[in-house]
Design a protein around this ligand. Structure first.
Ligand SMILES: [Zn+2]
Length: 505
């Protein structure tokens, strides 16, 4: 038995035909999906890249494993010094190795995020290139294919292959953008009025008028054939969608090569294939474009398609499309159960292996979904609703609280906070219940989001510097709004706190 885990950075489920997308962005994945089980409501417990993979491989929420963001203490994995794996809470790859599995990764993730604990998952971690940023699939594939060929006679291996497409910037040639444009029309939302309103009201790095504003300041599009300079019109938006979809098409081309190599070496019928993402991407929702900086639906929902030979291809069609609310921290326990490995006691995820037997999965009534890189937010997701609470907006115009009916309003365009107070009250209670369970019981480690609240997620973008940019571009009223929200006007007096991240207090 072999397992190929394909990790597609920033892949939105709803931009794939098996999830109902009108465009055929991934024909090779479609081929696999026909034999696979597909999970419709699968979410990363913590986003984006670093918190998501920390949760995936630790089987724990960020509030417990320590990683809720990308910088400072909010990005530090809680790992006690000692020998071997942490008692009761090995990484998923360590749990596999302890049961005789050979584990390997083709990924530069550990380097990019200084996440060296990630390497503990694997006997081998191979970087496909010398890049410290955004390797492309044509660089990843030769290394991954070479590994498969060299290990075709080895049994019980788990190979993690990490692709950076479709992570922004959309680094594909114009021919891929043209190909994406030919797959069908771009969705109708947002219309011109909505795009104008986003430009006037929503500010922040990677908002409509600051699409390419980063911690290094404003810049023009690095790939003007795939991403516009700003989102000022439907034409700009359609180019952005064509660029995003083009990167999926490009990735799928290389994914198809992997499937072909498995065929060629005779492993197709003995290799389980998992295709998923670490997080998604806002493409206009909440006024954010080409960014994964909010705890909203498009950022936290990811695809999960699993082909398990002899299992998923034998399931009845109505059992191969699942709608239970699941976290990515549930994946490692599921894998363990499918492989007959005891689930470590310290993991917080719950196995959904029953779905592979065509049985009912005990779905949670709600999920709590965190974001700690660009904003500090936690959201509660129930079957229909998404409640988002902002604790620190970073440099983005994020409302303090919002409520959406995702089923009726998938683009999150109507805030129901005032209209449905009873739902808001219930979902606030869920968030408090979850937080108390994980951070307010004897022995619980402190919530890293709370412990770093003074600095917040501002490593990415300094609100003061961004406010100067807003003033320089004629938007002083928005600069005033930002500084009021992150300053003492938000209601919190400056009080000393023992944190190395707060300088000069
Ligand atoms: Zn990512």
């Amino acid at each position: 038995m072999r397992i190929l885990y394909v990790d597609v950075d920033t892949l939105r489920a709803d931009h794939l035909a098996p999830y109902g997308y009108s465009r055929r962005t991934a024909p090779n994945l479609e081929r696999l999906a026909d034999r696979s089980i597909l999970f419709d409501r699968y979410y990363c417990s913590d986003s984006p890249c670093l918190p998501s993979r920390a949760a995936l491989f630790s089987g724990q929420f960020g509030i417990t494993n320590g990683v809720v963001g990308h910088f400072g203490r909010a990005g530090q994995y809680r790992l006690e010094a000692g020998h071997g794996s942490a008692p009761g809470r090995p990484l998923a790859g360590q749990a596999l190795q302890e049961s005789g599995w050979y584990t390997a990764a083709v990924s530069m993730f550990a380097e990019r995020h200084r996440a060296y604990w990630f390497c503990g998952n694997f006997r081998e971690v191979i970087r496909a290139s010398g890049e410290l940023n955004d390797e492309q699939a044509h660089q990843v594939n030769p290394v991954a294919i070479d590994w498969i060929r060299r290990n075709k006679d080895r049994d019980n291996w788990f190979l993690h292959v990490h692709y950076w497409e479709p992570h922004t910037d959309y680094l594909v040639g114009p021919e891929w953008v043209e190909k994406a444009a030919s797959t069908g029309t771009v969705q109708e939302w947002p219309d011109e009025d909505t795009i104008s309103a986003h430009g006037e009201q929503i500010y922040g790095p990677r908002s409509a008028l600051d699409l390419h504003y980063t911690s290094r300041g404003p810049r023009r599009s690095a790939v003007p054939h795939a991403m516009p300079d700003a989102i000022r019109s439907r034409t700009d938006f359609e180019l952005l969608i064509n660029g995003y979809d083009a990167t999926i098409l490009y990735w799928d081309h290389y994914f198809g090569q992997l499937l072909d190599v498995l065929d060629e070496v005779g492993l197709s019928e003995d290799t389980a294939i998992v295709v998923t993402g670490d997080h998604g991407e806002s493409l206009g929702e909440n006024g954010s474009y080409a960014e994964h900086g909010l705890a909203n639906e498009p950022t936290t929902r990811v695809p999960l398609i699993v082909y398990w030979p002899g299992v998923t291809d034998s399931l009845a069609a109505d059992r191969r499309h699942r709608s239970e609310l699941l976290y990515n921290i549930d994946f490692a326990p599921t894998l363990c159960e499918l492989l007959g490995i005891t689930v470590p006691a310290g993991w917080q995820g719950r196995s959904f292996a029953a779905a592979f037997r065509g049985e009912q999965v005990n779905s949670r009534p709600y999920l709590v979904l965190g974001q700690g890189a660009h904003t500090y937010q936690r959201a509660v997701r129930t079957a229909d609703h998404l409640y988002i609470r902002t604790y620190h907006p970073g440099a983005f115009r994020a409302e303090w609280e919002q409520l959406f009916d995702v089923t009726a309003d998938p683009h999150l365009s109507v805030d129901l906070l005032k209209e449905k107070p009873e739902v808001v009250t219930e979902m606030r209670s869920m968030l408090v219940e979850w937080w108390q369970r994980h951070a307010a019981t004897p022995g619980a480690p402190p919530d890293p989001m709370q412990a770093t609240m003074q600095k917040g997620p501002t490593f990415y973008n300094d609100p003061g510097v961004y406010a100067s940019h807003l003033r320089a571009t004629g938007r002083s009223h928005l600069a005033d709004d930002l500084l009021a929200r992150v300053g003492s006007a938000a209601g919190t007096p400056r009080v000393w706190w023992d944190s190395p991240e707060i300088a000069g207090v």
